[in-house]
Design a protein around this ligand. Structure first.
Ligand code: GLC
Length: 732
């Protein structure tokens, strides 16, 4: 008896000691020497169901500064919440919230703080649409990197960017947020932005987790009306809307945001084909998907579900991991599990994905943001210099009759509602951009033309409205000037979310001002500051030159001033077709040919756009040599290199962008008349010749994709198109 008792005590003591020893040891998930997968699984094994479900939710701190996101902001902020949308521009609140999460909860899982850092945080860069016009992915990457740095020091871990929705209908205000109408262009800038935000390792300081949005086909909403219906075939999904997402996943984007839209009857929020079959199974994305704001709850409005419980079940079963702000997961997922409408294995897999991103972001090792002053965080000289350089490269010279630009006049009228604007020129989605930081167009012009010309200013009119009282002063200024710079454009609220416009011409009051100025007989340089390709068909004949400067951001004045003075030779080219009329929407270059090429035209206006995709003038001229190909007959596994020499035959150094298009005139699935597959930008000095080269991967560049996302290459003729040259090659 006694022996047994002693033996049992000994065993018990040993077990306790072993237990003490293991409880003294840090749990595996806190051991940074272990693999992320080991840490994820260890942590997951320790979590209660409630803790798991909280990770699947994102709430917001404080009031919602996106006026489109209507609805009750969830007030309770449990410390075990998965994510918070963070609206403050300093990290103090974030660190306080994070301290509770990390140091006062059972498992200390850090919160990931997200925000819309779309084209800058405090230093605002040109809108993404403008950035595409630079055809300079390296600069776009640098801009994203600066935005990440400013945001990271302000308490942000995760940006809801890049927005990569291909868009072809300028009535849709969110066209400003993406990189234009072309799938390939958008894919290239997606990669640049993801690399800029995340760097090589997003756990490093000053980096943000990226979020590809809005998955997918959001830009196709009917009539340009946001949140609306999109009729997108599987074929179009694959050949038009998915390529940028595939590029973003390949670039390592940490997360994806599902779109508000209804895709041919199945809202993106519950679209299992997209969220699971494509993103996870076909592309192997192992991060997580966050819904758009309240989108899970909005399934009720879309007629997809009968109640909020069903919203939660259908979104979750489609493969949507995190619920932004609808709280359907928070309220109903546990019940759904009890009713066996979802499984614990699914919940674990979703939580696993969220924890994986948090570990990859380094939040367990570095949950807090270091303290810095605003001066250390924001608007560094090098950041503003980058903003200026990128803005300069986004400016597109659309028309330059008789080389009236660059300016040589001594008395210059500077007229229009955009001239002294420091708010609208930042564009939509300006995060913590502050109008007090903005260098206005007027300030930029004064700096650039000081001692060179006399500038005479008049506002003329507001951006919109019907107050004509400023017209007479504007006409007087025009009469006293040799030439008029007329700065017209759009309010920042004309683009962005839920900014749907039935017509895309300049506001009538601005057009009336232009016509009044025209009456004075002075030459007019129209400079447009807008978030879309506005309709200029009827005003174009009144202008001697037209320049599109987009919404350039914080440094709004110097870039356009330097282009107008000739200090900068404009190199911007259109990544979006400029319509003759808004009535042409949707209009885009890579359209498929019709059965009667000489018919199917508009009977009331021209059918051709005002300015084609790729259009953009320079102050110099570039002469293209013959296209050269390494072969013109190839087998499918062969490589092909094509090149063209470009000479600067003008009198001014300048940068040229060569766009390489292909055409497959006959294919089992009909294809667009031309498709951009490569572009390259080079500076060419006067008299210099540079060679531009395109290394063609036949399957990637000549091949096409079918409705299952499978790429194929058919034998036959293919064309390589540069400017007006067409080089034909045969694939056996
Ligand atoms: C908005 C936008 C989305 C944004 C999110 C958070 O509704 O659609 O782009 O990231 O809410 O602000």
């Amino acid at each position: 008896m006694k022996k047994t008792f002693i033996l049992s005590c000994t065993v018990l003591l040993t077990l306790c000691l072993a237990g003490c020893k293991s409880s003294d040891k840090e749990p595996a998930y806190k051991d940074a020497n272990l693999s992320i997968e080991k840490r994820v699984n260890d942590l997951l094994s320790r979590m209660t169901l409630d803790e798991k479900i909280l990770q699947l939710n994102q709430y917001a701190t404080g009031p919602n500064d996106n006026p489109n996101n209507i609805g009750e902001v969830i007030r309770r902020l449990p410390s075990e919440i998965g994510s918070l949308i963070y609206r403050t521009e300093d990290p103090e609140l974030r660190n306080q919230l994070q301290k509770v999460a990390v140091e006062e909860t059972r498992l200390g899982i850090p919160i990931i703080f997200g925000y819309d850092v779309i084209h800058g945080f405090r230093t605002i860069f040109p809108i993404p649409l403008a950035q595409a016009m630079s055809w300079n992915p390296e600069l776009v990457k640098q801009a994203a990197s600066v935005a990440a740095k400013e945001a990271w020091y302000s308490g942000i871990d995760w940006t809801f960017a890049p927005m990569i929705d291909v868009a072809r209908d300028g009535r849709w205000g969110r066209i400003a947020e993406g990189y234009g109408e072309d799938p390939y262009t958008t894919a290239v800038f997606t990669e640049a932005a993801v690399q800029g935000f995340q760097g090589e390792d997003m756990s490093e300081p000053e980096k943000l987790a990226a979020c590809l949005k809005h998955f997918a086909g959001y830009g196709a909403c009917e009539g340009g009306r946001d949140y609306g219906y999109t009729e997108i075939s599987r074929q179009t999904l694959w050949d038009t809307y998915l390529p940028p997402y595939e590029a973003g996943v390949k670039a390592g984007a940490a997360t994806v945001m599902s779109a508000f839209t209804n895709i041919s009857g199945v809202p993106a929020t519950i679209n299992k084909y997209l969220l699971t079959d494509v993103l996870k199974e076909k592309w192997g994305h192992d991060g997580f998907i966050v819904s758009d704001w309240g989108a899970i709850g909005q399934l009720l409005n879309q007629g997809a579900t009968a109640d909020s419980m069903e919203c939660a079940v259908r979104a979750f079963n489609a493969g949507l991991e995190m619920d932004m702000m609808s709280d359907c997961y928070g309220k109903f997922l546990k019940k759904a599990l009890e009713e066996k409408k979802v499984s614990l294995a699914q919940i674990d897999e979703s939580v696993r994905r969220i924890l994986r991103v948090k570990f990859r972001k380094g939040l367990f090792e570095n949950p807090y943001t270091p303290s810095t002053t605003p001066e250390e965080r924001f608007l560094l000289p090098e950041s503003k210099a980058l903003a200026q350089k990128l803005a300069e490269e986004t400016i597109v010279l659309l028309k330059n009759e008789n080389h009236i630009l660059p300016l040589s006049s001594k008395n210059i009228g500077v007229i229009g509602p955009m001239v002294k604007d420091n708010y609208d020129v930042m564009g939509c989605w300006t995060a913590h951009g502050n109008k007090a930081d903005v260098e206005t167009i007027w300030e930029g012009l004064q700096k650039e033309f000081e001692g060179k010309a006399n500038l005479i200013y008049a506002k003329g009119c507001e951006i919109e409205g019907d107050d004509h009282t400023g017209f007479s002063e504007a006409m007087n200024v025009a009469r006293r000037s040799e030439i008029v710079l007329l700065f017209l454009g759009e309010s920042r609220w004309f683009t962005g979310e839920d900014a749907n416009r039935s017509q895309i011409a300049l506001p009538v009051i601005q057009q009336e001002l232009l016509r009044k100025i025209k009456e004075t007989g002075k030459p007019i340089v129209l400079v447009v500051s807008s978030g879309r390709a506005v309709e200029l068909g009827t005003v174009e004949p009144l202008c001697d030159a037209i320049v599109e400067m987009w919404h350039p951001g914080t440094v709004a004045g110097t870039p356009i001033a330097r282009v107008l003075s000739g200090a900068v030779n404009p190199s911007g080219k259109l990544a979006l077709t400029f319509p003759f009329s808004g009535g042409q929407m949707p209009i885009y270059y890579n359209a498929r040919p019709g059965g009667r090429p000489l018919q199917g035209k508009y009977t009331d206006i021209q059918t051709a756009p005002l300015y084609e995709f790729g259009h953009g003038l320079s102050y110099t001229t570039f002469t293209y040599g013959e296209l050269k190909a390494s072969a013109t007959t190839l087998n499918k596994q062969d490589k092909l290199t094509v090149s063209v020499d470009v000479t600067n035959s003008g009198d001014r150094d300048g940068a040229e962008v060569v766009h390489w298009f292909i055409r497959d005139p006959v294919c089992s699935i009909t294809r667009p008349m031309k498709e951009l597959k490569h572009f390259e930008k080079q500076m060419i000095k006067v008299g210099e010749t540079k060679t531009f080269t395109f290394d063609v991967d036949l399957l990637r560049d000549f091949g096409f994709v079918d409705e299952n996302g499978d790429r194929f290459l058919e034998a036959g003729e293919y064309q390589i198109i540069v400017k007006d040259q067409v080089l034909k090659v045969e694939v056996k």
